[in-house]
Write a protein that binds this ligand. Structure first.
Ligand code: F6P
Length: 320
């Protein structure tokens, strides 16, 4: 009888996906499974593109960004026809189940497939850290460190020129990454979709900051807050100070994963196979209060992760 499990990375890549692929492969092999790596996300699965993963083929990847399996966004899977093709492909490859590494889109695909009887384990991976059912996602800590390092550099030039900077952080329609970047980089304030802020008040505070002797002021601005340049122009007009804007963009998605990300990915991958082997499928692997958790996928997609306003308050108090 086939003991083949498929593994797929889908949606936006996140640093640490490779560490998770390595962990799934090696733990799977140790339990007697054959691990089939699906290439290019669900687009590749529909086309039946795969590679047999061995202990050696996942050597030297724990420290690399991106995903050796490649990834992609696949709107087709949301259609009835796309779903049918995906299931046909899974059957053709004789997979006992599928481990999906990715963010919210991957969760939705996992849920849809589970309704057709496919055994699914979702592993939370996204730089956005916006998934309900886990305190942290694979890639988040690496993106956080990348963004903080970039803002530290921006701080140098901001101070030299006595300028205000508005720095755009990724996160789709959420500010989870932005608020932690803001706190860790010592930003004066943040703009996130979850918190309504009066721009006149922000400008007034920035002016007061200058009066207090601040030589640089930095706002971390979540991409979900709208136009960065419009916001920067308004701040310049309202404060009368020189403002520059900077988008960190896709550098936040790349790079060698931090030790924290690698450990999380290794734990997630290892637990994913264990749960599969114990027949506890259709769950999202996450971490809750330091412990590995497994939440039914249907709950993970039903609820929204709550924004931590406490971190915002700490940031504001410490930015005087
Ligand atoms: O979900 C990860 C993410 O990088 C978001 O932060 C960003 O909004 C989005 O993906 C960008 O998507 P794409 O890779 O399709 O341009």
């Amino acid at each position: 009888m086939s003991k083949k499990i498929g593994i797929i990375t889908s949606g936006g890549d996140a640093p640490g996906m490779n560490a998770a692929i390595r962990a799934v492969t090696r733990r799977g092999i140790s339990l007697g499974y054959q691990i089939i790596g699906i290439k290019r996300g669900f687009k590749g699965l529909i086309k039946g593109e795969f590679v047999n993963l061995t202990s050696r083929s996942v050597s030297g990847i724990i420290n690399t960004g991106g995903t050796i399996l490649h990834t992609g966004r696949c709107p087709e899977i949301k259609t009835k026809d796309g779903m049918k093709k995906t299931i046909d492909s899974i059957k053709k490859l004789e997979l006992k189940g599928l481990i999906i590494i990715g963010g919210d889109g991957s969760l939705a695909a996992g849920y849809a497939l589970s309704k057709y009887g496919i055994k699914i384990i979702n592993i939370a991976a996204s730089i956005d850290n916006d998934i309900y059912g886990t305190d942290e996602t694979i890639g988040y800590d690496t993106a956080l460190n990348t963004a903080v390092e970039a803002i530290d550099k921006i701080r140098n030039t901001a101070t030299s020129h006595n300028r205000i900077f508005v720095v755009e952080i990724m996160g789709r329609e959420h500010g989870f990454l932005t608020v932690d970047v803001g706190l860790a980089a010592g930003c004066e304030t943040i703009m996130v979709p979850e918190i309504k802020v009066n721009i006149n008040k922000v400008a007034k505070e920035l002016k007061e900051g200058k009066e207090k002797g601040k030589t640089s002021e930095i706002i971390a601005f979540a991409e979900g807050c709208g136009s960065l340049s419009d916001f920067g122009n308004k701040i310049e007009r309202l404060t009368g100070f020189e403002v520059r804007v900077s988008t960190l963009g896709y550098i936040q998605r790349g790079g060698s994963p931090t030790a924290r990300t690698r450990i999380l990915a290794s734990r997630f991958g290892y637990s994913a196979i264990n749960l599969f082997d114990e027949k506890k499928t259709n769950v999202l692997i996450g971490i809750t209060d330091g412990k590995i958790s497994a939440m039914p996928i249907q709950n993970a997609i039903k609820y929204e992760k709550k924004f931590n306003t406490k971190t915002f308050k700490i940031l504001r108090t410490l930015s005087i």
